[in-house]
Design a protein around this ligand. Sequence first.
Ligand code: ADP
Length: 468
Amino acid sequence: MISEIHYSIQESGILMKKILIANRGEIAIRIIRACQELKMKTVAVYAKEDEFSVHRFKADEAYQIGAGKKPIEAYLDIDDIIRVAKETGADAVHPGYGFLAENETFAQKCEEAGIIFIGPTKEQLAIFGDKVKAKKAAHDAGLQTIPGSDGPVYSLEEVQEFTKKHGYPIMVKAALGGGGRGMRIINDESEIKESFSRAQSEAKQSFGDEELYIEKYLKNPKHIEVQVLADQHGNVVHLFERDCSVQRRHQKVIEVAPSSLSNERRLEICEAAVSLMKSVHYQNAGTVEFLVTATDFYFIEVNPRVQVEHTITEMITGIDIVQSQILIAAGADLFNDLEIPRQDKLNFHGHAIQCRVTTEDPENNFMPDTGKIETYRSPGGFGVRLDGGNAYAGAVISPYFDSLLVKACVQARTFNGAVLKMNRVLDEFRIRGIKTNIPFMRNVINHPDFISGKAHTTFIDSTPELFH
Ligand code: ADP
């Protein structure tokens, strides 16, 4: 199959032999593995503080970027990354998630340099990078969106105006927001002033832009998201949905695929996702996110990139999303080249769960812990998948980057079986020298609300017993 794919890509005139991975940690390694399986060469880039990080040693070549810059800034140094791509003769850049993954300027500069950006077009990034524009696109495609301001709001009066019509509670959100930040709930009039200005300064600080918009705050919805793959020839399929309702402060902690939705509901939501992506002629992998109540489902945003939790969709569908991204960017066709079944033949099997193991101390308000990992023994066995970054005995966890250590995924025939397996996996880890959130996740996966598939987005934050 690979030789056929190479053949047909070469037929189409696009050659992709070497890929630069503009990221670090587990996702850089995930992408390097996909390239290796496709017999493509890899170039890693790293910040000075990452000079001993595993991702640089896994690649065929590795170069430091952003000399003299702060660690995170180094991975955002567009010109330096493009310099390395040109000097090494890379044909394409994979941005992973975070950092430059949704950066239009980066996509544009790659194009100018004759390097393929593995992701959607810059026009599609422009729509989905801004949640206000994304909501409009969804609305235009016939999807239901959460009642909210039709555009950015600039003043307290506009907020009051909205609440007169729609009541409380409302949510104020950063237009360029992400990662659960720049978002605040306003329960009544007395909270408007403070919440609005806080959200504004948080948005400015985190996303460089203080544009805010507001919408109704939905009580106890589920977060359901649909994985979509779209090629450059107009073919679009969904790979079903994930339930990412288990969140702490609006950030995902544990994800499940498929969700506990009925088949009818599932199809309705997945088809809505496909119609949105078709309406913007989307290319590459993307995720359409929804909040789902007992009666309705509402579009919230599109993540135009690979997501942390793509793993569990891969487990239940057997489709390699990262390889698909690379080959789609090279011009491959979903059905003929990638041999992905047509939608009506595409199935999922069993149930998968992902736990994000982080170096955070659950007994100390999830403060990131740093230092040397003294002992590291990982689980394994049937139905287990681990995607790690610097997860080994002797690794030094620095305070500079996000605290994700390893993604522990399991798959089993039944959801119950997957829960039992995840218990075994979490018990089998031996990590000493650094605190992790494993004890907390054990509490979550054994809670009746999680086991019954009923957990809503507020489950963790409203269940104090999980923290003991
Ligand atoms: P981010 O891009 O920061 O991840 P999202 O828009 O995807 O932000 O929302 C993250 C989470 O915040 C959702 O999964 C949900 O739990 C919560 N949330 C967002 N909007 C609303 C809303 N209008 N009502 C209730 N919860 C919301």
